[in-house]
Design a protein around this ligand. Structure first.
Ligand SMILES: C[S@@+](CC[C@H](N)C(=O)[O-])C[C@H]1O[C@@H](n2cnc3c(N)ncnc32)[C@H](O)[C@@H]1O
Ligand code: SF4
Length: 369
């Protein structure tokens, strides 16, 4: 590693790397040592001891100060399903979160990261919402989920896309904006923002900020009902930030960024799958100033721990039919591909299960509890 490459690395992001950076400076180590360290971690080194470019006394000092690795998460359990791996992490403060790695096809993998331990928004269909909010994850804890998955793939492998669709409401956590900067910074995450998707139920002020600070990130707004009263029953946040307010932000965003934006529609048997729902949803899209830049992603409901026990998944053919009828009404739509239901790793099923097993935060009325 040459000194000339040191300047290519952007300033260390806030968090553990900034601490390592200033620790090295405090020791009087040349700046390229920091670069060597970051490069080694990117190439798959999992502990300071594995960073062979560093002199051994420096490695010892780093271990004495930070422990073996910079990752602030320990793996507590791993469950492997068809094309999917779900990792349960324990943070340094004891909070637990889950991350899901999906391998859709050879050479293509996607990681679904959590942004909060639990979630305070209490959507009636979601296992994470039934837990309540424990706390926001830090920038390091969010990014570490991606780094861990990078390490767990073949050498040199990296998730091709990242979805902020695990536990929690990304826009309720201000650290997510910084995490996006780290994941997309050349020299750190290096991911294209277009390969990152943030899903939200619609925290309007934070959504507006996100569209300004990260205009190329892909956005998904969870709709789930075109009718405000019903939507508020499914997503209580509707009462504070109505769907229309969020859609108005997205109207401006698609015009400025010229990026396709997604509207998620969770299909629940007998609840939001009627003809009236379909027509109202189609109208909602057609009313947009650039309807061709909105795409509906229809999700089949997954049975979720702590969700409304009356909710049922529609037959798979009904989901396909809903998508086909949206097409006939001129609305771009596809069915969201889902994997991992066999290990409770699909959308809405994440609940950091060991917490529940330990008897803490167990939602009432859970049939499996
Ligand atoms: C768990 S949420 C996390 C992201 C964000 N808080 C949101 O709600 O958009 C990710 C996706 O899972 C969906 N989801 C939640 N519960 C579900 C369930 N029981 N079955 C299928 N999808 C579900 C949400 O609607 C959302 O599209
Ligand atoms: S659907 Fe999203 S916002 Fe609603 S409770 Fe689940 S994680 Fe939170």
């Amino acid at each position: 590693m040459h000194r000339s490459t040191v300047n290519e690395l952007p300033h260390p992001p806030p968090g553990i790397l900034a601490e390592v950076h200033s620790f090295l400076r405090g020791l009087g180590a040349p700046l390229y040592r920091y670069h060597q360290l970051v490069t080694a971690f990117q190439r798959g080194a999992q502990s300071f001891h594995e960073v062979r470019d560093l002199p051994s006394d420096l490695r010892q000092q780093l271990v004495a100060r930070f422990g073996l690795t910079v990752l602030p998460l320990d793996v507590e359990a791993v469950r492997t399903g068809e094309q999917v791996e779900k990792v349960l992490f324990r943070t340094r403060t004891g909070a637990r979160v889950e991350t899901v790695l999906s391998r859709y096809r050879a050479g293509w993998s996607s990681v679904c990261v959590s942004t909060q331990a639990g979630c305070g928004l209490a959507c009636s269909f979601c296992a994470t919402g039934a837990l309540g909010l424990e706390r926001n994850l830090s920038v390091d804890e969010i990014c570490a989920q991606v780094v861990h998955q990078r390490w767990s793939l073949e050498p040199g492998g990296a998730p091709k896309s990242v979805a902020f669709m695990g536990m929690g409401e990304a826009l309720a956590n201000p650290n997510v904006l910084t995490a996006l900067s780290v994941l997309t910074a050349p020299g750190y995450g290096g991911l294209s923002p277009r390969r990152i998707t943030v899903s939200t139920v619609g925290l309007a002020p934070a959504l507006a900020t996100l569209t300004e600070e990260h205009p190329q990130v892909t956005l998904t707004l969870s709709v789930h009902s075109p009718f405000p009263e019903q939507r508020a029953q499914l997503i209580p946040l509707e009462r504070r930030y109505p769907l229309e307010e969020n859609l108005a932000i997205l109207d401006r965003h698609v015009l400025r960024a010229r990026r396709k934006t997604y509207l998620a529609y969770l299909l629940i048997e007998g609840i939001n799958d009627s003809e009236a729902h379909l027509v109202a949803l189609a109208r909602l899209v057609q009313r947009r100033s650039r309807p061709e830049l909105f795409h509906v992603s229809v999700i089949r409901y997954n049975a979720a721990f702590g969700a409304d026990p009356s909710f049922r998944a529609p037959a798979s053919s009904k989901v396909d039919d809903f998508v086909a009828r949206l097409h006939r009404l001129g609305v771009g739509a596809t069915r969201r591909q889902q994997f991992g239901a066999d290990i409770d790793a699909a959308c809405g099923q994440l609940r950091a299960e060991s917490l529940v097993r330990l008897g803490r935060r167990r939602p009432s009325g859970d049939p499996r509890g």
